[in-house]
Design a protein around this ligand. Structure first.
Ligand code: HEM
Length: 407
C-alpha cells in the first residue's frame, strides 16, 4: 500500500476497508507512521489530547535534504506551536482569535459577500465557456472563491500586496513540500517557493498599525499566558497555516464535489431545480470523500489501540477518510444518502480541542458554490470523462482538474 500512489488516491476505499477489517492499527514502513483506520479509535484519540499529542500535525512527512534545509534556513523558516500543532497552554488563546473571526454568526453574516464573490467568479466561468467552449473549475472558481472569501473574512485583503496566482503557487508548493514525497530537485524548488512565502509573511505580520477586527490586528494585540506579545515566527505561522487551511482544503472539497455532482446522471439538473437538496448532499460528500484524508498525532506515553501496543512517541496517521466509511458507524458507507440519521457524525473536521475552526465556513461555501453554479449553468457537463489526475498527498486528495462544457 502506497499512500502517495495515484491508484490509491483514485480509489482508496478497498485498501481502507482491508485495513479496518484486518489491521486497524498498522505500522507503515514507507512513512514510518502507524495507520489508524477505525472510527472509534480515531475519535478516542482526537478526544484525548493529553495522551495523543498534536505536536507532529504539520511536520514534513519526510526528512529534508541539506540543500532544502539551507533554503529554508536562509529565511529562518520556523513553524512554532500555534494552532493545529499546539498541545501547550498557548493553544486556547490562538484558538479564540480564530473563533472570533470565524464563528457561526460571522459566517452567516458573510453569506451575501460569498454570494457576490461566487457570482463574479461565475461570470468569468461563463466568459471562458463562451470563448473556449471549456473551463477547468478546479483551477478557476474552486481556487479563487475560497481565497477571496478567506482574505475578506480575515480582513487580509487590504494588507496583501501579491495576487492570488502568487499566493496559490506558494500554497501549492508548501502543501507538496510538507505533505508530499517530492524528488530531490523538486524538493529544493518547492522549498524556494515556501521560503518566499514565509519571508513575505514575516513582513506582513510586522506591518505597522494593523486594523482592529482583522487577523493581523488580533495577532498584534494578542498576549500569551505569560503576558508577552507574539514573536514574528508565531504570528507568521498562524497566517501561513490560515492561508493554507482556509483555502486549499476548500478548493479541494469543491473540486471533488463538482466532479461527483457532474458524474452522477441527473444529479446536476436536480441541484438546479431543487437547491434545497444541495446542502445535505455536500455533508455526505464531506463524510465519504473529505479533502483532508488523514491527520497526525503522536503518543505522549505507551498506549494500546485495538489490541496493539504503541510506545511513547509513536507517530500516528489518523485515517479520517476511512472513518467516514466505517460500516460500524455508517450503514452502507459507499452510498451517498443525504438523509442518513447520523449525517453529521463524521470526523472530517476532527473533533475535540482542535476541531476545525473553519468547518461552518467550509460548509457554507460548499452549499453556496454548488447551488449557485447549478442554478446559473444547469446544462453543465464534464468535458472529459477520462480518469482524473489526482492530488495525491499524505493528507490531501482531490481531482486536479474538473474540465466542463455546456451540454
Ligand atoms: C472542507 C474544508 C476543511 C476541512 C475538511 C478541514 C479539516 C480540518 C481538520 C481535520 C483539522 C484538524 C482537526 C483536529 O486536529 O482535530 C482542521 C483544523 C483547523 N482548521 Fe480546518 N478544514 C477545512 C477548512 C478550513 C477553513 C476554511 C478554515 C479557516 C478559514 C480552517 C481552519 C482550521 C483551523 C484554524 C484549524 C486548527 C484548529 C485548532 O487546532 O484549534 N479550516 N481542519
Amino acid at each position: 500500500m502506497d499512500l502517495f500512489d495515484q491508484g490509491y488516491a483514485l480509489d482508496p476505499f478497498p485498501a481502507m476497508a482491508a485495513l479496518r477489517e484486518n489491521e486497524p492499527v498498522k505500522y507503515d514502513e514507507n512513512t514510518g507512521l502507524w495507520l489508524v483506520s477505525r472510527y472509534e479509535d480515531v475519535r478516542a484519540i482526537l478526544l484525548d489530547p493529553e495522551n495523543f499529542l498534536p505536536d507532529n500535525a504539520i511536520d514534513a512527512v519526510g526528512r529534508f535534504s541539506v540543500p532544502t534545509l539551507r533554503v529554508l534556513a536562509r529565511v529562518k523558516f520556523d513553524l512554532p506551536q500555534t494552532l493545529a500543532n499546539n498541545g501547550s497552554e498557548t493553544h486556547a488563546g490562538f484558538r479564540r482569535i480564530m473563533t472570533r473571526l470565524l464563528n457561526a454568526q460571522a459566517v452567516n453574516a458573510s453569506v451575501p459577500m460569498v454570494e457576490k464573490v461566487v457570482a463574479q467568479s461565475l461570470d468569468e466561468v461563463e466568459e471562458r465557456l463562451a470563448a473556449d467552449g471549456v473551463c477547468d473549475l478546479a483551477t478557476t472558481l474552486a481556487r479563487d472563491v475560497p481565497f477571496q472569501v478567506m482574505l475578506r473574512l480575515l480582513g487580509l485583503e487590504r494588507a496583501i500586496d501579491v495576487d492570488i496566482d502568487t499566493l496559490a503557487r506558494w500554497s501549492d508548493a508548501s502543501l507538496e513540500l510538507f505533505w508530499g514525497r517530492p524528488r530531490r530537485g523538486r524538493e529544493v524548488e518547492l522549498a524556494r517557493e515556501a521560503a518566499d512565502f514565509y519571508a513575505w509573511l514575516t513582513g506582513l505580520v510586522q506591518q505597522p498599525d494593523p486594523q482592529d477586527g482583522t487577523l493581523l490586528g488580533a495577532l498584534a494585540a494578542h498576549r500569551l499566558p505569560d503576558g508577552e506579545p507574539l514573536s514574528v515566527a508565531q504570528a507568521a505561522a498562524v497566517v501561513y497555516f490560515m492561508i493554507i487551511a482556509g483555502q486549499m482544503t476548500t478548493t479541494q472539497m469543491l473540486s471533488t464535489m463538482y466532479r461527483r455532482a457532474l458524474e452522477v446522471p441527473g444529479l446536476w439538473r436536480q441541484f438546479a431545480a431543487e437547491p434545497g437538496t444541495v446542502e445535505p448532499w455536500t455533508e455526505e460528500m464531506l463524510r465519504r470523500e473529505p479533502p483532508i484524508t488523514t491527520w497526525r498525532r503522536v503518543t505522549g506515553r505507551p498506549m494500546t489501540l485495538s489490541g496493539v501496543d504503541l510506545p511513547e512517541g509513536a507517530p500516528l496517521l489518523l485515517m479520517l477518510a476511512s472513518t467516514g466509511s466505517d460500516p460500524d458507524v455508517f450503514e452502507r458507507p459507499e452510498q451517498i444518502c443525504p438523509h442518513r440519521a447520523n449525517v453529521r457524525k463524521h470526523l472530517s473536521f476532527g473533533v475535540g480541542r482542535h476541531r476545525c475552526s473553519g468547518a461552518e465556513l467550509a460548509r457554507m461555501e460548499a452549499d453556496v458554490v454548488m447551488r449557485m453554479t447549478a442554478a446559473r449553468l444547469p446544462d453543465l457537463r464534464l468535458a472529459d470523462d477520462s480518469t482524473p489526475e489526482m492530488l495525491a498527498l499524505l493528507s490531501f486528495r482531490a481531482p486536479l482538474h474538473v474540465r466542463v462544457e455546456r451540454g
